[in-house]
Design a protein around this ligand. Structure first.
Ligand code: MN
Length: 192
């Protein structure tokens, strides 16, 4: 099975000025493409060759895990962004209030977790089987599917995600992320 590059649901230039076309050309067009190509090369003639990507993420180690998770994580991340600024839908707002005190408190805690994550990684919002929400920092290619959790949102805090637009200013990148976060997608994932 050849894994395709996850599709972008918007044009490369449509997230500017929060995320530039140049960032997407490199981040989506080069970094993600490399993970997809590596995954497809590494799984040939292994037990992972015909496995769905989520199952590879749950069971593989080393390079196969890293490239499978980076492929999936980036698709999920890019599909969590939208050119159209949104209000937080009511059901999602209520879930965030129940779990974190308020939607604003969720944004603040998630942002602080992203700011203080050391090195390269991802910050996740994920739900357990009862729908309880957790903010989970993961290093490198980490993904909460491995803990049996349902991913709701992720933010890429590898330097390659923000260095073109924001240089070393991760805090500015995190602030911009909330301008393009797709809250409707998050609600659909949580309740879907
Ligand atoms: Mn990335």
């Amino acid at each position: 099975m050849t894994h395709p590059i996850p599709q972008l649901p918007y044009a490369l230039e449509s997230l500017a000025p929060h995320m530039s076309r140049e960032t997407l050309e490199f981040h989506y067009g080069k970094h993600l493409q490399t993970y997809v190509d590596n995954l497809n090369k590494l799984i040939i003639h292994t037990e992972y060759e015909d496995m769905p990507i989520e199952e590879i993420i749950r069971t593989a180690q080393g390079g196969i895990f890293n490239n499978a998770a980076q492929t999936w994580n980036h698709g999920f991340f890019f599909q969590s962004l939208t050119p159209f600024k949104q209000e937080i839908p009511a059901r999602l707002a209520q879930a965030l209030t129940e779990n974190f005190g308020s939607p604003e408190a969720f944004v603040q805690t998630f942002s602080q977790t992203a700011l203080t994550l050391f090195g390269s990684g991802w910050v996740w919002l994920a739900a357990d089987g009862e729908g309880k929400l957790q903010i989970i920092p993961e290093s490198n290619a980490g993904n909460p599917l491995r803990q049996g959790l349902k991913p709701i949102l992720t933010l890429d805090v590898w330097e390659h995600a923000y260095y073109i637009d924001y240089r070393n200013r991760r805090a500015d990148y995190i602030r911009a992320f909330w301008e393009i976060a797709d809250w409707q997608k998050m609600e659909n994932r949580l309740f879907g």
